[in-house]
Design a protein around this ligand. Structure first.
Ligand code: F0G
Length: 464
């Protein structure tokens, strides 16, 4: 009886729809035309031509009734807004970090923080830095060193914490550059670039102790902190009986601060923040915040969004929400696997990643197999994923050569509280059909026009 109850609990969907947004599937011919007109680039599609939009889980979540009602009390004062204090207090209650700087989104926070912490030739070791994070560190004159464990690079390795930092690699980095060169250590929870993979508490604790012993600070990129905490509860010994709130508190107790895109685990369409323990750093961040983001009690957010963010932080640590959320990603992964679609394992928190090279084993690695999976999922069924692979990674700035990434992935990101099981059954049918019909495909894509700089968003392709 008890196990039957547990099974029922696992299947609970802890929300229902009160407002709906119509979506539609374009006829096949029109989908084909739309994809060609977009130059085979997902970012060039009109959103209304997409049936199921899995481009990102960023800013695409559905707000709760509690968030919507909190918005009505938003204080839009230019300085000293009550909503700012409310947001900062809520964040402190959750994490213990006492100082908070708001920003318009995650990369705004990254720009402000790195403009202060990075000096020429500074090094930031971490676990697969997100691309905007890496770019901001580099623009400020620094360099990122990826110290993710090897299992994190193997799409088929079953490891519970594939986002972990490899201590030996970290040590080597410190030895190579010297502790003085280290601006800070950055732990991304969960690790997006590695497939939404979590970092264990043990790893967080060990890494932060290692850095502390050498006088170096540790920051989180905390975009998906609650999902990481839930994985710790599920997978790490000693945490099953702790609440997600307790785990979140403990995670943050090990770090000196964080940047955060609030468009993910704070479930708001726009917003970000920097939080920290050091008052001196907080004071130093005020001026760049004013220059780049706005006054430091709104930083690019409205009072309404700051209220929604505060409530979003409370919503996201609710265990029935996280159980459903993480379960939804796991189920999509399982269904895809059953449909002979190769996915990164174990499935991460916010997305399922299809391995492009395994999906199209005959397509040469230089012909963008993962981008091809994206294109074909849209053409087959109006589903929009995004490539995280050879196109995204770009060229080596020194040699000009295309970098061949370890992983060439097609990401199906899951917006929070938006799609139901039926939507995902449909996605699986679409992926199954493409895989069955095209397994033996031999040719991929080449650039029609490769954009300068960040080429992911605006380059166009043609079929070979
Ligand atoms: N850090 C991580 C781990 C992210 O995933 C993102 C954004 C950012 C920082 C930057 O935040 O978009 O608010 O400026 N990830 C989005 C995605 C874009 O689709 O994964 P932002």
């Amino acid at each position: 009886m008890e196990s039957k109850d547990r099974d029922l609990e696992r299947r609970v969907v802890p929300f229902r729809a009160k407002v709906v947004e119509p979506i539609r599937l374009l006829p096949r011919v029109e989908r084909q035309e739309a994809m060609v007109a977009a130059g085979l680039n997902m970012f060039n599609l009109k959103a209304e031509d997409v049936y199921i939009d899995l481009l990102t889980d960023s800013g695409t979540g559905a707000m709760s009734t509690r968030q919507m009602s909190a918005m009505m009390s938003g204080d839009e004062s230019y300085a000293g807004s009550r909503s700012y204090r409310h947001m900062a207090e809520t964040f402190q209650e959750l994490t213990g970090l006492p100082y908070l700087i708001p920003s318009h989104q995650g990369r705004g926070a990254e720009r402000v923080l790195n403009s202060v912490l990075i000096t020429r030739d500074a090094v930031v070791p971490g676990n697969s830095h997100f691309d905007t994070t890496k770019a901001h560190i580099e623009v400020a004159g620094g360099r990122c060193v990826d110290c993710t464990i090897d299992a994190g690079m193997d799409t088929q390795a079953e490891h519970p914490f594939k986002g972990n930092v490899d201590l030996a690699k970290l040590e080597e980095c410190f030895e190579c550059y010297g502790a003085k060169q280290m601006a800070y250590v950055l732990i991304t929870v969960t690790c997006n670039s590695g497939g939404g993979q979590p970092v264990s508490m043990e790893n967080i604790r060990t890494v932060s102790q290692f850095a502390k012993d050498r006088g170096v600070t540790v920051f989180f990129d905390a975009a998906r902190f609650a999902e990481n905490a839930y994985f710790i509860k599920q997978r790490e010994e000693g945490y099953a009986d702790k609440s997600v709130r307790e785990i979140v508190w403990e995670m943050f107790s090990h770090v000196d601060g964080c940047t955060m895109s609030s468009k993910k685990d704070a479930i708001v369409p726009m917003g970000g923040l920097i939080a920290m323990r050091d008052e001196g750093l907080y004071e130093a961040l005020k001026t760049p915040t004013i220059l780049y983001e706005g006054f430091y009690t709104y930083g690019g957010m409205s009072g309404m969004v700051m209220e929604a963010l505060a409530q979003g932080l409370r919503d996201v640590v609710e265990e029935d929400y996280l159980c459903h959320r993480i379960g939804q990603a796991a189920l999509l992964g399982q269904w895809l696997e059953e449909a002979d679609v190769p996915v990164v394992k174990p499935v991460g928190g916010h997305a399922v990643f299809i391995d492009g090279r395994m999906f199209y084993p005959e397509v040469p690695e230089d012909e963008f197999p993962a981008q091809l999976v994206c294109v074909e999922l849209y053409r087959e069924g109006g589903v929009r994923p995004v490539e995280v692979g050879a196109n995204l990674i770009g060229r080596d700035p020194d040699t000009g050569e295309n970098i061949r990434p370890t992983l060439d992935l097609c990401r199906l990101a899951i917006p929070r509280r938006v799609y139901a099981g039926e939507h995902f059954e449909y996605v699986v049918d679409v992926a199954r059909a493409v895989r069955q019909e095209q397994k033996a495909r031999r040719r991929g894509l080449t650039f029609a026009k490769e954009a300068d700089g960040i080429r992911h968003f605006s380059s166009t392709f043609r079929f070979l």
